[in-house]
Design a protein around this ligand. Sequence first.
Ligand SMILES: Nc1ncnc2c1ncn2[C@@H]1O[C@H](COP(=O)(O)OP(=O)(O)OP(=O)(O)O)[C@@H](O)[C@H]1O
Length: 609
Amino acid sequence: MSYSYFSDTYDDVARQPVRQIGRPNYLPPHLRHHHFSDQTGRHVPNDRGGWTAGGRTGGRGSGRGNARNPNPNQYYTVSEKFNELKLAEEETTSTGINFDAYEDIPVEVTGSDVPAPVNTFAEIDLGDALNDNIQNRCKYVKPTPIQRHAIPVALAGRDLMACAQTGSGKTAAFCFPIICGVLKTKSPESYGWRSPVAYPLALVLSPTRELCCQIFEEAKKFCFQTGVKVAVAYGGAPIYPQLRSLERGVDILVATPGRLTDMIERSKVSLAKIKYLALDEADRMLDMGFEPQIRKIVERLDMPPCGPRQTMLLSATFPSEIQRMASDFLQNYIFLSVGRVGSSTDLILQKVVFVEDSEKREYLRNLLHDERSKGNLGKNALTLIFVETKRSADSLENWLCKTGFPATAIHGDKVQYERERALRSFKNGVTPILVATDVASRGLDIPRVAHVINFDLPRDIDSYVHRIGRTGRAGKSGLATAFFNAKNSSIGKQIYELIKEAHQEAPDWLNQYADSYSSSSGHRSGSSRFGGRDFRSGNDSSYVNADYGNDCSYGNTDYGGNADYGGTSYGGHDYYAAPPVAADFPDSGGGYVGGDGGGYGSVVASGWE
Ligand SMILES: Nc1ncnc2c1ncn2[C@@H]1O[C@H](COP(=O)(O)OP(=O)(O)OP(=O)(O)O)[C@@H](O)[C@H]1O
């Protein structure tokens, strides 16, 4: 049975007979005896994208326009603009992709002796079993742009650093060559071996547990009946079942760094036979918080060095500082950048509205009501709301449920089973709203996410790109709404330029905001055209050049509070507790990480053509 919150009340939804493993449909404790009435007569967004509530029109900065906030909400309303989009109403299918647009996607390839791209899977020698899975299990008709370029590079045994749009099929781009390689490497005698120490041939590392599980599921699908064994190792879940599965033999191990290190230290896994190493979300894996763990795994344990080992690093964003660091793990590699944001985010309609912190909930309620009453996101659509802190995720979840919007939350303070339950409940539509910290910002491929709301904007543009990339995946359209106010000035310009690059309408006030911020803070305000560029720049670029991104900085992020990362769980403030560091426009110069004009030159690509 399928249903959506656009037609169901909370009670209706809670009564739906959805099967869940382990527990019946989740209802937060405080709501178990609560009856929700249909909320009618709510505030609705007005024509200016502001709102009318209880005799107030707009609020500070909401539609009035002033020096600090020049007519901020003259921009279109969600429904107006969203109706223009052809939305994915049904479950994502792999065939509904506009492949004709491929030829226009700018691609930069640098490095020596670059293997030629392919146009079809048939052109590549992937083997019968894998080809069969691609066609019949995955229903992939043609390779996506990143797959067209990356698969031949990887099959030629070359190291690879690849930057391609969110939702564009990077997982398959590194999995297919690994599976082929494993099939060629694996000795027939090793089939059916049981061993107390696992010797995988390939290692895929991912920054979050949820992404790790997702890659594992995808890889299993690709490996069906190929004889290639895939296993998973991630923290927060009991280790013994994972160890038992490793004992049965593993060719491809998909892992988070912490759990993997634990297993290596228990002498349950050896990396001595690794021939293929893939880092998904590589920029995240190599940024300041996680780099030491990765270096330990790759450089200081028993993993073979570059050369005997083939390494692939992939992400939608690749700051040049991170590229520089990543090059330590690579040898004579090929850099691939597929898709410039300038043309690629067309499928994600980006909207920015000016909302003060104190008005965000009211604005959100109006937005959700508007969408529910108009049904303009389509049937069974899911909404993902990003907030800054774990505390505000819980707080907003509770408030949404009380307000009549079935929601759940995911963040790093939840134990793993709660995280998985929240994700499941979101995916199957029991709670079609998920409130999340950045733990859900990267990699997660959830069909039917039609709307990503940045209730709290992140502090760096890369996070913004990954967050909005949870919608508009695999050729489908999506909507991204950002709640912007003075505290977000540091990324105003970058968001403005990102929207412009996508040939969409960006509100003028956003640019003015950003300009004022730059001049008051000394923030670098040069061009922030995004695209892919090898940091080794000037090399023999074989294809179309895209532009440099810049001005990216890193803020604190909740990537899950994984014990996997030694309990790393960042975050700043809860809007409903204490306000963030004063960064009042236009006097601000502080309060933002990296708001000093430093930060990384960013290479960003997002969305699909
Ligand atoms: N050749 C293909 N044809 C059709 N669909 C595809 C193809 N390759 C991948 N997909 C689908 O596209 C979706 C997105 O793929 P994937 O999750 O690998 O994206 P990604 O590039 O890793 O995104 P992100 O940057 O957000 O991690 C998945 O649902 C996947 O099944």
